[in-house]
Ligand binder design. Sequence first.
Ligand SMILES: Cc1cc2nc3c(=O)[nH]c(=O)nc-3n(C[C@H](O)[C@H](O)[C@H](O)COP(=O)(O)O)c2cc1C
Length: 435
Amino acid sequence: MTPSKKLHIGMSLAPTWLSGDAWRRADSGVEGLYGSDFYLDVALRAEQAKLDFAFLPDSLFLNTGLLASGTGFASLDPTLLLASIARETSRIGLLSTASTTFFPPYIVARQIQSLNWLSNGRAGWNIVTALDGNANFGLSEMPSPEERYARAAEFTEVVRLLWESFPYEALKLDRESGLFADADLVKPVDHEGSFFNVKGPLNLPRFGKTRIPLVQAGASGAGRDFASSVADAIFASTPDKAAAVDLRADLRKRAEQRGRKGDDIRVLPGLSLYLAPTRAEAEELFAETNARVSRDRCLATVLEMTGLDLCDWPAKRQVKATDLPPPPETVRSRTHSQLLRRMIERDEPAVEDLLRRPEVIGSAHWLVVGTPSDAVAQIKDWAAAGAIDGFVAFPGGSLDAVRLLLEQVVPALGDLGLFRKDYSGSTFFEHLTQE
Ligand SMILES: Cc1cc2nc3c(=O)[nH]c(=O)nc-3n(C[C@H](O)[C@H](O)[C@H](O)COP(=O)(O)O)c2cc1C
């Protein structure tokens, strides 16, 4: 990327700064977890730092096995929570997550367009085909990835048609003539497809002419094809720079093959940040936070993602590429399984090291454990290498990591010319397309 190009930065409001044992800290504020003030505080700080967007991932199941030690992914509905944040903020984009596997497209089109109205054009949709939760929607198993992506493509097309079905120009609100709306401009979508039959139109006009940014998560071949055909950005898991460089080059190529520009698809990896004033403190924060991540859980993750059972392996034994069995037929996320296999093939780590890697203990996100300057140096390096167009920040360990990110890392990126000093637009799409 050229040095003058600005990064696009999102702030995850999923409270990763409470994960592991961090929620047990006296100042964690964990009691506020299911109210909106807790998240609003971080969203307001992110807006002060001029970030592109605040982001909420989502899942539609409860992992009761994790509840004894942490949230188990219990969370508020993301779009409702962002609607409450919309009223208290004025510039920052609001990126919500909605699954194309479980929801009907009419509902998602309406919810996201409602968020767009409630925020004056700041809504975005993170499109996920979901990892789990089928039993909550009458499905005995998760549909295959191919079916999920075929459905996602049709779903997204229907949502876009619905958004266009009631154009803003149709709203006349002409008191004198008494014409509320020009119904001739409001058209049904009359969609009959493999997965959905939707007549339309949507029962809500489009907000102005603003485009709602589409973000996609999932980076298997099918996921990349889908993202490169419709998404404005991909939310990625790239634990190392080479993975990000490869993904970004590949997505840009795929977008160009589909008649789009490479710059139309922005690669925004998750960036997990354990920040402290000194490296030693940051290391301690990381170790303390993850002290109770159980070895059994890590072993189960490796088994599920690679088919490799390391239960009886000594801690120091190296895991070699040749130890890897053929990939299991079904995995929850091919993206994450491929990243883990790739790391084993490349690094051949000892068992004890493997079980501490972000691909195993976290979501395979890029991980920085260090000072704010360390974070700035790494971000600058990845940007110069053409690995990223920005990132989605997931601070870990404590609320201090959130503060150090927003009060030190982001302004330092601004000083380097890598990030905006102020907003120039008012909608999420304008932030995302600002050079
Ligand atoms: C970085 C990343 C973030 C994701 N976030 C979510 C999420 O918030 N909710 C969800 O249900 N699925 C999420 N997923 C799952 C994907 O939507 C997708 O279903 C899964 O990765 C399988 O697709 P794949 O075969 O392309 O990997 C995420 C996947 C990735 C890689």
